[in-house]
Design a protein around this ligand. Structure first.
Ligand code: TYM
Length: 338
């Protein structure tokens, strides 16, 4: 089993990233069998696909690495690095752009959402973004890719690219690329904004009130939960009854994910209560879960050189793991390499 996943180092880690992805990264790392390995990376090369501030990106990469360690990623057990220190990602991306089709990329919802109406003005990197993401996982022959729901389409594309490359350039009994399986958690795969239950919680939402950052202090968390949009109805006794109430459903989903309990059991306990009673319970559970993480993060950030050194060590390991597949890809394409 080869587990590979990444996160863009823009903005702070938020509850959606944590419940949708990072918590599962930690669990997969902790449950790993002998002979298996996890590679986790900061997708700093993806972050240049949108307008960005270089100083912020530099600082954000280090801080996001520290945040992952604070959440439980252990750089001695998992390979933790940033893409920019492993140029094999960019090399494989170029090699795969010969296989990826314009039509496939044109259908990506993230491309459509982020480019909006201004496609002519969007960066080439934004369009080619999913090819780099495919390279990220194919480079390491990933078998499992733990992500939130919003990354599913990109991973399907990675599988399509792998399959077409194998068909076009490999013997039938010797495919080069492993088809990666997305691992999407059954609950909490899509945590929604606290201000609008139809939009996902996101780093790019201009309102800080729309998301809980992992570094928020207890007062901020309580305030954000109390101000979260809800409706005046009391909680029902089953999940199906929340279907048309996206904000209420989101808060219950967050509670269940944090408490690691089934929604119907939680609802049976709180049925008939309004959000005036439920929100403080949820807020306390959030504080209880996140405060040890933010305390550890503050401590880690006191020694930024140690984080940098951990990333450099991880990158050296990643470059080593990446070597054979990259060499095979050049060879399969007929490129002369001395
Ligand atoms: P990114 O940085 O947007 O998000 C990192 C991870 O967090 C998940 N996530 C969520 N899960 C549930 N609810 C939410 N509201 C929510 N918001 C974010 C994402 O699904 C993701 O798993 N393109 C990727 C980074 C990437 C990558 C890769 C991932 C680059 N290369 C290779 C996997 C494999 C991204 O921008 O994720």
């Amino acid at each position: 089993m080869r587990v590979v996943s990444g996160i863009q180092p823009t903005g702070n880690l938020h509850l959606g990233n944590y419940l949708g992805a990072i918590r599962n990264w930690v669990q997969m790392q902790d449950d790993l069998d002998e002979g298996s390995e996890c590679l986790f990376f900061l997708a700093d090369m993806h972050a240049i696909s949108m307008p960005h501030d270089p100083a912020e990106l530099h600082k954000g990469t280090l801080e996001m690495a520290a945040a992952l360690i604070a959440c439980g990623i252990d750089p001695d057990r998992s390979v933790l690095f940033n893409q920019a220190q492993v140029p094999q990602h960019a090399e494989l991306q170029w090699l795969l752009t010969g296989t990826a089709r314009m039509g496939w990329l044109n259908r990506m919802t993230q491309w459509k959402d982020k480019a909006g109406k201004n496609r002519e003005g969007a960066s080439v990197a934004l369009f080619a973004y999913p090819v780099l993401q495919a390279a990220d996982v194919l480079l390491y022959q990933a078998t499992h890719v733990p992500v939130g729901e919003d990354q599913k389409q990109h991973l399907e594309l990675a599988r399509d690219i792998a399959q077409k490359f194998n068909n076009d350039f490999c013997a039938e009994d010797a495919p080069l690329f492993t088809l990666p399986e997305p691992f999407i958690p059954p609950a909490a795969a899509r945590i929604m904004s606290l201000r609008d239950g139809t939009k996902k919680m996101s780093k790019s939402d201009p309102s800080e009130m729309s998301r809980i950052a992992l570094v928020d202090d207890a007062d901020t968390i309580m305030k954000k939960v109390k101000k979260a949009k809800t409706d005046p109805d009391p909680l029902p006794d089953n999940l199906a009854a929340l279907e048309a109430r996206p904000e209420a459903l989101n808060l219950v989903t967050i509670y269940c994910a944090l408490a690691d309990r089934e929604p119907d059991a939680v609802l049976a306990e709180h049925a008939g209560q309004g959000f005036g009673a439920f929100k403080p319970v949820l807020g306390e559970l959030l504080v209880e879960t996140l405060s040890p993480i933010s305390a550890r993060l503050r401590q880690l950030l006191e020694d930024r050189e140690a984080i940098e050194a951990a990333l450099a060590r991880g990158a050296a390991k990643a470059r080593e793991r990446a070597g054979p597949t990259l060499a095979d890809t050049y060879r399969a394409l007929g490129l002369l390499r001395g």
